[in-house]
Ligand binder design. Structure first.
Ligand code: FMN
Length: 381
């Protein structure tokens, strides 16, 4: 049985919830680390007013006893503080207030109204909202602790905001990670952060918005996670699917995957063998995945985030009631959420890697998983 989850919750409803099933028993958890990840998701230059209202924290309801997993489903809740201000509009008991009839281009508003037969785009946008990524990040916070026990570290950084881009090939060093976590642009280089803030300020002044590129790295992976034997078992497919499941992520790159301008001899990683190092490469252009399977090199995966669709200078739309031209309705919004998207992407990658590890080494207790990993590592040696 593999790792699986469900989330529920509307943006201004009472809460977001998640259930995670498939965690092995016996895993010690630091629950404060999950809240730390939730706070990391709320940071970032360019965020809107909502993040001042919420201070997200996860309340765990099941599956954990004395901070140790039981192997049973882990249920958690992240309460929405802002719900107090929306009770009349967004409750299971109430749906007051004016209808939302001017769908915003770039959101699910219009397609959702058509698909589900609503006359109020609020019935769509509350669930389509990226507020749901708080639940994703809480789940990722659990997955990250399993990975950490099994020797895998996952981290992220921002690689571009708007037109200014600086990618990395290798994971950040521990010192760089400290700088990334301290930065409101989620990057190790303050000069780069300053240029990105200027781009966000420019867009805020224009009434616009801006997107960017995030990078996620994972170190400590054994070769052989994922499989080439069937498309839906490829780890690259699962990572791409997970990352495209984040609102506003429109494309994913693994390693230097978009560099199709390069010839084969500059695209791939030649294989070497020595007695001390065994099989190894001198480059990691593949980003740690070949044939949908980990190579043992660091995983390098990038996600491209489109500009935020809600803008103070709204785009043209059509009123659902009158069918007359209108301006898209503005609702409190971020100008740039790329640093937050990096934290969400990190959570998604952690979840997919934890699932792949449990598929290969799964056991009911985390020590069974560790033993299976050790036996496999010994075979590789
Ligand atoms: C962390 C994060 C925060 C976001 N904040 C906003 C926001 O404040 N306003 C907005 O219009 N879109 C925001 N988005 C993007 C929309 O949720 C997304 O573009 C929309 O739901 C349509 O989905 P699609 O872009 O995947 O097609 C955010 C996305 C993420 C990942």
């Amino acid at each position: 049985m593999s790792l699986r989850y469900l989330t529920a919750g509307e943006s201004h409803g009472p809460a977001l919830c998640a259930i995670a099933e498939g965690f092995p028993a016996g895993l010690s958890l630091d629950l404060a680390l999950v809240d730390r990840d939730l706070r990391r998701r709320q940071k970032g230059y360019g965020r809107g007013g909502r993040m001042q209202i919420e201070t997200d924290a996860a309340q765990f309801l099941s599956g954990i006893r004395g901070r140790v997993t039981l192997g049973s489903p882990i249920a958690l809740v992240v309460w929405n503080k802002d719900h107090q201000n929306w009770k009349e509009l967004m409750s299971p008991e109430a749906r007051g207030g004016p209808r939302f009839t001017r769908p915003r281009p770039g959101h699910a508003d219009l397609a959702g109204v058509q698909k589900y037969g609503f006359d109020d785009a609020r019935d769509v946008l509350e669930r389509a909202s990226a507020r749901s990524t708080a639940a994703t990040v809480a789940l990722g916070g659990l997955a990250r602790q399993l990975l950490s026990r099994l020797g895998v570290r996952v981290c992220s950084r921002v690689a571009a905001v708007g037109e200014v881009e600086r990618r990395r090939e290798a994971p950040p060093t521990p010192e760089e990670l400290v700088a990334i976590e301290a930065s409101d642009m989620h990057v190790e280089d303050e000069a780069l952060a300053a240029s990105w803030r200027a781009i966000v300020d420019r867009e805020r002044a224009r009434g616009g918005s801006i997107g960017g590129l995030v990078e996620v790295f994972a170190e400590g992976l054994l070769p052989g996670l994922g499989s080439y034997v069937h498309p839906d078992r490829r780890l690259d497919a699962r990572l791409s699917g997970g990352l495209c499941g984040i609102p506003a992520i429109r494309a994913v790159e693994i390693g230097q995957g978009t560099r199709v301008d390069l010839p084969g001899d500059r695209f791939h990683d030649p294989i070497y063998w020595t007695a001390e190092r065994g099989y190894h490469r001198q480059s990691n252009r593949a980003g740690g995945l070949e044939g949908g399977v980990t190579t043992g090199a660091p995983l390098v995966v990038r996600a491209f985030m489109k500009p935020i669709p809600t803008m103070t200078t709204p785009l043209a739309t059509v009123d659902l009631d009158t069918r007359e031209p209108a301006q898209a309705r503005y609702e409190r919004s971020d100008v740039c959420a790329v640093p937050a998207a990096a934290v969400v992407a990190e959570a998604v990658v952690a979840w997919e890697l934890a699932g792949a590890l449990l598929e290969k080494f799964g056991g009911d207790n985390v020590t069974d998983v560790e033993k299976a990993m050790e036996a496999y590592a010994a075979r590789l040696r």
